[in-house]
Ligand binder design. Structure first.
Ligand SMILES: *[C@@H]1O[C@H](CO)[C@@H](O)[C@H](O)[C@H]1NC(C)=O
Ligand SMILES: *[C@@H]1O[C@H](CO)[C@@H](O)[C@H](O)[C@H]1NC(C)=O
Ligand SMILES: *[C@@H]1O[C@H](CO)[C@@H](O)[C@H](O)[C@H]1NC(C)=O
Ligand SMILES: *[C@@H]1O[C@H](CO)[C@@H](O)[C@H](O)[C@H]1NC(C)=O
Ligand SMILES: *[C@@H]1O[C@H](CO)[C@@H](O)[C@H](O)[C@H]1NC(C)=O
Length: 397
């Protein structure tokens, strides 16, 4: 292990301390808007999939150990505790985000439309290609139709609705990981799945454009996470060619495909910004934020073992651990789709805070917390939110 590695490990520990400082101060942040609407998938689902009947109540997220860390019972979040957006919401000045499929939705000012395992594209796109998608999934169009139904309950005329939406922040995603992985895991080639990218981007942009035409003035479109590092992808799409993996063990081939997709989205966002020069339209870089988190964790694990165990042999172990699911069983990544987290007899790690990945498809609360602060700092500045001194410090790094 060289000095470079040690240096980057020390850097990561310093970054980690900064993140802690920001988290405690973010709650006083306030922004110049009062409403929040968020569409997406399981990264942000805070109770919709388990309420989407008749399948919902049988889903893993409706049972322990989901929610075991916070609040100690299942909430419908696909996590041991809180999501990225739960931390983000506080920074944006919202006390809580209400799932659309919950009874209280009409009185809520922040509403989550995201449903776990949902793709951007509609069901017929996949059916035509013989790709199965979960019955409870709700595509971006379906979530937009829910949004418009909700909009009808809070305003009646076009002008009235536009006035309301001018006071809102819209988030569209991230959501496209499922469009990519359903096909790949069900045996489609990389070349074929790559041809889906223009359709995915177009559907995302169409949804954003529709919201803008209804009156939205602030829109954030997140890019996709580095799913080539996720236990479910590493397990289902394992390769016996070492050149398919990067230095920390992520599937380079998959992350390259995601990068291609994210670049396409960014290009389309630039075009949309030219179409609507007065509207705030932002790309949120999940890919690089998450890649840094995974990379720093893998390397700081090495750092820890280097000093406390004096053993090079353990380096490999700590790096594997970074890419393992906390809740799950089997194989190198602790993941088996037939024995998913929440199924009878499937073990859970004793300390989820030591893991980035919860069930192999979603992150732990601890990973979400670390990720949200890194992402929020930049967004808060651009959204003209009042931010506290320590947040400013963070944002300027
Ligand atoms: C509905 O609103 C009431 C009052 O604000 C609150 O106590 C309750 O927890 C909410 N229920 C849900 C499902 O959010
Ligand atoms: C490994 O590579 C060989 C030769 O390319 C191939 O036949 C085999 O199916 C591969 N095994 C796996 C598990 O991918
Ligand atoms: C492994 O992948 C590389 C890059 O795609 C390729 O050049 C090489 O031939 C592959 N090796 C095997 C054994 O398939
Ligand atoms: C970690 O990965 C290496 C290969 O890089 C493997 O030999 C080792 O058994 C793995 N360790 C664990 C605990 O999975
Ligand atoms: C932030 O404030 C500046 C200056 O008043 C304004 O031009 C810009 O549109 C605002 N941005 C957002 C997202 O509200």
């Amino acid at each position: 292990m060289g000095y470079d590695t040690i240096f980057s490990s020390i850097k990561s520990i310093c970054l980690f301390v900064f993140v802690l400082v920001v988290t405690t101060s973010a709650q006083s942040d306030r922004c110049p808007f009062d409403l929040l609407y968020h569409l997406g998938d399981g990264v942000f689902d805070n109770g919709n999939s388990i309420a989407n009947m008749p399948y919902g109540s049988r889903l893993p997220a409706a049972r322990l150990p989901y929610g075991e860390t916070d609040p100690g019972r299942p909430t419908g979040r696909w996590c041991d505790g809180l999501l990225d957006i739960d931390y983000g919401a506080q920074g944006l000045g919202f006390e809580q985000i209400t799932p659309y499929l919950s009874p209280n939705v009409s009185s809520a000012n922040a509403i989550m439309f995201a449903v776990a395992r949902s793709p951007v594209l509609d069901r017929p796109f996949f059916t035509a290609r013989n790709i199965r998608i979960p019955p409870y999934a709700a595509s971006l169009n379906v979530q937009m139709s829910w949004f418009k139904k909700y909009l009808n309950t809070i305003c009646s005329t076009r002008e009235d609705c536009a006035d309301k939406l001018a006071n809102a922040l819209f988030l569209f995603g991230d959501v496209e990981a499922n469009d990519i992985t359903f096909g790949l895991i069900q045996g489609k080639s990389m070349e074929e799945v790559q041809t889906y990218i223009p359709y995915i981007t177009e559907a995302q942009i169409d949804a954003a454009r529709e919201a803008i035409q209804l009156g939205a003035t602030r829109v954030i479109l997140p890019g996709n996470a580095p799913i080539g590092c996720y236990p479910f992808v590493l397990t289902e799409l394992a390769s016996n060619n070492t050149t398919d993996y990067d230095d920390i063990g992520c599937l380079r081939t998959i992350n390259d495909l995601i990068t291609l997709k994210n670049n396409d989205l960014q290009q389309a966002i630039n075009d949309l910004s030219q179409e609507f020069p007065d509207i705030f339209i932002m790309y949120a870089d999940f890919f690089n934020s998450e890649t840094s988190l995974i990379r720093e964790t893998a390397l700081s694990g090495k750092f820890f073992f280097f000093f406390f165990a004096y053993s090079f042999a353990l380096n490999a172990y700590s790096a594997n651990f970074t890419l393992q699911a906390c809740c799950g069983t089997g194989g190198r990544y602790n993941y088996n789709s037939r024995r998913f987290c929440g199924s009878p007899g499937v073990p859970v790690c004793s300390d989820p805070n030591q893991y980035l990945f919860w069930d192999g498809i979603h992150l732990t609360q601890e990973a979400n917390r670390r990720l949200s602060t890194a992402l929020a700092a930049g967004a808060l500045v651009q959204l003209n939110c009042t931010i506290s001194q320590s947040s400013q410090l963070w944002a300027s790094i």
